[in-house]
Design a protein around this ligand. Sequence first.
Ligand SMILES: [Zn+2]
Length: 49
Amino acid sequence: MTLAHFLDGLRCAVCGCLDVLWLDPVRGLVECRECGHKALCVPDAGEVV
Ligand SMILES: [Zn+2]
């Protein structure tokens, strides 16, 4: 069981690499494994944090 979930078909907005983004559901953020860019994401619509 892995906590990180890779996001296929998504491109990093910073370095432009494809298929390098993975979702960390614990922290609720997406991170690029190439350049280390992090972005907050909303896991589920309707779930208020
Ligand atoms: Zn990147």
